[in-house]
Design a protein around this ligand. Structure first.
Ligand SMILES: Nc1ncnc2c1ncn2[C@@H]1O[C@H](COP(=O)(O)OP(=O)(O)O)[C@@H](O)[C@H]1O
Ligand SMILES: CC(C)(COP(=O)(O)O)[C@@H](O)C(=O)NCCC(=O)O
Length: 270
């Protein structure tokens, strides 16, 4: 009877940890909901009313403004439910955080890594965790369970808006990815895809080189579904050009929430 929260820079993701979740098994998260910040007051109270039981406690990760965190804490408090925010730790659930300053790592990235590690550690392969949210993050976990580091770049929406805001002539573009775009809109969209795909491919190839085996590539984040088809085509094209096998993508929508659920299970059984 617990609430899980992943508060990102664009949307708040909420879920409910089912009563019958079996320790050691992937958590069964129900009533999942994602809502943009502006809709939160209306949506959150409505969502709380749909829950089958009164929540007793909540665990969350947040990388957004403290006003949102405070709102969530206060609202849950009025329902008699206490909310604890978790930060990145040096170690949890068999995963080691390689960041130089442990808590500088976004709590949402840490939670997603914990979710990925719990699900795929049995593969004994490097993991590349690609988060396509407000920002894009590309995090590598070694086969023995250390987060060795990761890239942060603007997400696709941020890239589109940054070009429009930072220049006189560029619009907020809509178009398609092309090899040799011949107009502004397609030029921008093609550049954005090239940047996202190029960064992803770079980290995958680095992982392959470093560990001598292809990283298991897990993709998450709200921006991914709109990108998926084009990114898959681009990845295939680029790896073919390089004479490499194309990485297989494993999409997992709510990996951060799942990581939070694992943390909650661990604290319940400690
Ligand atoms: N209904 C929606 N509202 C806002 N963003 C959405 C929506 N559906 C998809 N998106 C895309 O998902 C991204 C946010 O994904 P999400 O994983 O929730 O990010 P964050 O964790 O940074 O809040 C947005 O940048 C946007 O590209
Ligand atoms: C990198 C992020 C902005 C990603 O946030 P998101 O796109 O999920 O909203 C967030 O994880 C963050 O603020 N991290 C702190 C800095 C770091 O992880 O190094």
């Amino acid at each position: 009877m617990s609430i899980l929260i992943d508060a990102g820079n664009t949307r708040i993701k909420l879920g409910w940890l089912a009563q019958d979740t079996v320790p050691g098994q992937p958590p069964c998260i129900e009533h999942i909901m994602a809502c943009p910040h502006a809709d939160l007051p209306e949506v959150f109270t409505g969502w709380l009313r749909t829950l089958p039981y009164t929540p007793e406690r909540a665990l969350g990760v947040s990388v957004t403004h403290h006003r949102i965190n405070d709102y969530l804490s206060r609202t849950l408090d009025t329902h008699g439910c206490s909310l604890i925010w978790r930060k990145a730790a040096q170690q949890a659930l068999g995963l080691t955080n390689g960041y130089l300053q442990t808590t500088q790592l976004g709590a949402d990235r840490w939670a997603a890594q914990l979710g990925a590690w719990q699900r795929w550690r049995h593969l004994a392969q490097p993991l590349l965790l690609a988060g396509f949210g407000t920002a894009t993050t590309l995090d590598t976990i070694s086969p023995d369970g250390t987060f060795v580091g990761g890239l942060i770049l603007p997400g696709t929406a941020l890239m589109r808006h940054a070009l429009a805001q930072g220049t006189e002539l560029l619009p907020v573009a809509s178009g398609e990815a092309q090899d040799y775009p011949q107009d502004t809109h397609n030029g921008i969209i093609s550049g954005i895809y090239a940047a996202q795909c190029g960064a992803l491919l770079r980290q995958w190839l680095l992982g392959l080189q470093r560990y001598g085996q292809p990283p298991h590539l897990v993709v998450t984040g709200g921006a991914w579904p709109a990108l998926a088809s084009e990114m898959e085509t681009l990845l295939r094209t680029e790896t073919t050009l390089l004479g490499k096998p194309s990485p297989e993508l494993h999409y997992h929508e709510h990996l951060s929430l799942e990581g939070v659920a694992y943390l909650l299970q661990e604290s319940s059984h400690a």
